[in-house]
Design a binder for this molecule. Structure first.
Ligand SMILES: [Zn+2]
Length: 73
């Protein structure tokens, strides 16, 4: 699959019971995007997607997988 943030080749770690995508990207690390957020995320330009991921990483802290949310965008 392609990373939803940077477009690079990425691994899809999504498990069957998660309503969205879990991605492991060499550039972005691991993150998750809920289904409801994914379409809006893909409509953003590159800088805005990276910013959304950075915000999620800051909110999650080092031991939690960041979950991208766009309510602040
Ligand atoms: Zn990426």
């Amino acid at each position: 699959m392609q990373c939803s943030v940077c477009g690079a080749e990425a691994e899809n770690l999504t498990s069957g019971d998660f309503d969205g995508l879990v991605v492991r990207c060499k550039r972005c690390g691991e993150y998750e995007v809920a289904d409801a957020v994914l379409n809006d995320l893909l409509r953003l330009d590159f800088d805005a997607r990276v910013a959304a991921l950075e915000m999620a990483k800051r909110a999650a802290g080092p031991d939690t997988r960041p979950a991208i949310a766009l309510d602040a965008a």
